[in-house]
Ligand binder design. Structure first.
Ligand SMILES: Cc1cc2nc3c(=O)[nH]c(=O)nc-3n(C[C@H](O)[C@H](O)[C@H](O)COP(=O)(O)OP(=O)(O)OC[C@H]3O[C@@H](n4cnc5c(N)ncnc54)[C@H](O)[C@@H]3O)c2cc1C
Length: 226
């Protein structure tokens, strides 16, 4: 959330509108559910793979991997600081876990610690018990009294990258119509950002713009002293 907010702050006020659902696109217009048609010179579709294929028929829809995140709270947190624990022995369902409230205390209920743990792929049937047992081994402390705050399962979390994976799928469909996202590069935040960079370079080239069209420095958040 912090990253897109930082990026948006580099743009003139009012440039970015959120909470608007796009229902169709063309090289010269975007139709939205809330605000009707918006005319434009180019369109970049930056959605997840399935939504992109709905807006751009013919685009490939990949297979996906599910990801489940289990959130626990405790008043006796492990003493691992802000480190991310990875289980190199694959001794249970948890791929990685961290005391997230050590990174961002605002994420935890007041006075408690938040431990967030990620399970890749199809989760086991006895998820909570299996995760607790695995966390007890990883953190070297009892977890039986930890409270389960939430379990978030995202079925289509990340596009599968079956070999031979194409790391540079086209982002320019035709002049005026572009697509980016994790499904064009690698299935990561970095892949999404990299494909966005490739797509914006293609747009600038097609529009004949020699350089970036917005200021590089974020707008100040507090008034500057005179
Ligand atoms: C639980 C989980 C854990 C993850 N952990 C990691 C990790 O540790 N490291 C890592 O690198 N990656 C991780 N990922 C993957 C990473 O989050 C994604 O690869 C990345 O967010 C993809 O970015 P994106 O911009 O391509 O798409 P998204 O982040 O999916 O953004 C697409 C946006 O398009 C919007 N949208 C869709 N349809 C429409 C429409 N019709 N109109 C308007 N807007 C629309 C959506 O609301 C969304 O905001 C994780 C993913 C999940 C689900």
């Amino acid at each position: 959330e912090a990253l897109p907010e930082l990026l948006a702050r580099t743009l003139p006020p009012g440039t970015v509108h959120t909470g608007v659902r796009v229902t169709s696109v063309s090289t010269t217009s975007v139709t939205t559910a809330e605000h009707g048609e918006i005319r434009c010179r180019a369109v970049l579709v930056a959605t997840d793979a399935r939504a992109a294929a709905e807006l751009l028929p013919g685009l490939r829809v990949p297979e996906f991997h599910p990801v489940t995140v289990v959130h626990h709270t405790t008043d006796e947190p492990p003493e691992t600081g802000a480190s991310l624990l990875l289980d190199a022995d694959l001794g249970g369902p948890v791929a990685h876990t961290a005391v997230v409230s050590r990174v961002d205390p605002s994420r935890a209920p007041a006075g408690r610690a938040l431990v967030s743990s990620t399970v890749l792929g199809r989760p086991p049937g006895d998820l909570d018990t299996a995760v607790r047992m695995h966390l007890a081994r990883l953190y070297g402390m009892p977890t039986a009294r930890w409270e389960t705050l939430a379990v978030h399962r995202t079925v289509e979390a990340v596009p599968a990258m079956r070999p031979p994976h194409d790391l540079r799928r086209p982002v320019r469909l035709i002049a005026g119509l572009y697509v980016c996202g994790d499904h064009r590069d690698t299935s990561t935040v970095q892949g999404a950002l990299h494909s966005g960079h490739r797509a914006s370079a293609a747009i600038l080239a097609d529009l004949g713009a020699g350089r970036s069209m917005h200021v590089a420095d974020p707008l100040p958040t507090v008034p500057r002293a005179a």
